[in-house]
Write a protein that binds this ligand. Structure first.
Ligand code: NAD
Length: 436
């Protein structure tokens, strides 16, 4: 059993804390958001993340996890302190380290014995050094700073954390290596590796992983755009190349671009880190540019179909940046909404989990409805921005009754072309022929 403090109880911090409690450790979660801490004390999970509620409840009952706004109290008891703080993009695209370094400086003032300070936030190369400096400003006890990037995916966060493909530990401190290895032992029982490296390599591993995945998505989006021009079918091309074991089937699905709280900011931050040392990442630069256009490509299709969009009402299925999350950070749907509003179109939107977050952002600029079918009533066409499972097998007859015309612009390719032909929809999707 280890005593752990997790500072920052968002998607990463709460999953990290809960999963460490699940493996028998004693965890204190710290957050500055009093409302959130109060909610968690009441046993309410403040985010939507499948399966988190079950282990959250179990570990509260077992007294292995508690919640506080008091950093000092949490740190005093803990041997390991995880920083799971935001690293949002600054104005120039580089990662804003003020949360991480701010807490690091405070830690320096309050630690009274050896602590392992673990950076779980995604941070640029060299941050462990900056954290060490910030803590050392005030600390007069030894401490170790470890880079332990997190690779979980929202929507699969609990499973990813409990069964990671790998755990990356960046430290040259021998005692910290041993403590971190013991802590992660239960998670790598099935033989997945725990890879120990230096801090800088660990920090870069996270950016390289996310940038590679964003590149894979973007590459496929370009192939998809080209398919539309030349009449090829991206589904066939996807299967054709995915069968090559060097390429693999994952992350080859075309769509309306990548979003979320990680890919856009991490790819921009890597580009920025390159600039800082006079290195220009050509590929990364192109990935960001292509993705920008991809996010609103469906609106471009609407414009070429309808011309002037003013006065039209469109139904929008999906607001979250991907299914099984309520996270709307950098969600392509938001860019679609912005562009449609610029064109003076009206929007009726539905999302199973993300509507409250979008309401808080947009207020009454668009109409929110209680279920996917209500969005269709009187709408000219349906736009699909997120591939929620509940959208995949709808009542097509009901859809045809409710829509003004049976027309779908699908940014996620959730329907089979044959089916749409049989059902009699006008169906425009990504990288496949349009059913008219
Ligand atoms: P988040 O915004 O969901 O959570 C951050 C939490 O930190 C919030 O609850 C906030 O109130 C709290 N906080 C802010 N300042 C604080 C302070 N001074 N003291 C205590 N708490 C404070 O962020 P997130 O999505 O969990 O991401 C955290 C980090 O993990 C980021 O660097 C992100 O890039 C990285 N990451 C995120 C994911 C993901 O899927 N969300 C995956 C891997 C890595």
């Amino acid at each position: 059993m280890k005593k752990i403090a997790v500072v920052g109880t968002g998607y990463v911090g709460l999953v990290t804390g809960t999963c460490f409690a699940e493996t028998g450790n004693n965890v204190t979660c710290v957050d500055i958001d009093e409302r959130k801490v109060e909610q968690m004390r009441q046993g309410v999970v403040p985010i939507y993340e499948p399966h988190l509620d079950v282990i959250f409840e179990r570990n509260i009952k077992a007294n292995r996890i508690k919640f506080t706004t008091n950093l000092e109290e949490a740190v005093e008891e803990a041997e390991i302190i995880f920083l799971a703080l935001p690293t949002p993009p600054g104005e120039d695209g580089s990662a804003d380290l003020s949360y991480v370094l701010g807490v690091a400086e405070t830690l320096g003032k309050i630690i009274k014995e050896y602590k392992v300070i673990v950076d779980k936030s995604t941070v640029p190369v060299g941050t462990a050094e900056l954290v060490t400096e910030a803590v050392a400003k005030h600390a007069n006890v030894p401490f170790a700073v470890v880079s332990n990037p997190e690779f979980l995916r929202e929507g699969f966060a609990v499973d990813d954390f409990l069964n990671p493909d790998r755990v990356v530990i960046g430290t040259e401190d021998e005692k910290a290596k041993q403590i971190m290895t013991e802590l992660y032992k239960p998670f790598i029982r099935d033989g997945h590796p725990l890879i120990i490296m230096d801090e800088k390599s660990a920090e870069l591993t996270k950016y390289a992983a996310n940038s590679f995945l964003a590149t894979k998505i973007t590459f496929m989006n370009e192939i998809s755009n080209f398919c539309e021009k030349v009449g090829a079918d991206v589904d066939m091309v996807r299967k054709g190349i995915g069968s090559d074991s060097r390429i693999g089937h994952k992350f080859l699905y075309p769509g309306i671009g990548f979003g979320g709280s990680c890919f856009p900011k991490d790819v921009s931050a890597l580009l920025k880190s390159g600039k800082a040392v006079d290195y220009h990442f050509e590929i990364i630069d192109a990935v960001l540019r292509v993705n920008e256009g991809q996010k609103t490509s469906t609106v471009d299709k609407l414009v070429s179909y309808y011309g002037d969009l003013s006065g039209y009402t469109f139904a929008l299925w999906g607001l979250a940046f991907k299914p099984d999350t309520d996270d709307i950070r950098e969600a392509p749907a938001l860019y679609i909404i912005e562009k449609l509003l610029q064109q003076r179109a009206k929007i009726k939107a539905y999302d199973p989990e993300a509507m409250e977050n979008v309401k808080a952002l947009l207020g009454d600029k668009i109409e929110f409805v209680d279920n996917q079918y209500d969005a269709l009533e009187g709408a000219e066409a349906l736009l699909i921005a997120t591939e929620w499972g509940a959208f995949r097998n709808p009542d097509f007859d009901k859809m045809k009754e409710l829509l003004a015309t049976p027309t779908i612009f699908d940014g996620r390719n959730i329907f089979e072309l044959d089916r749409m032909e049989t059902e009699g929809f006008y169906y425009s999707s990504m990288g496949r022929k349009t059913i008219v």
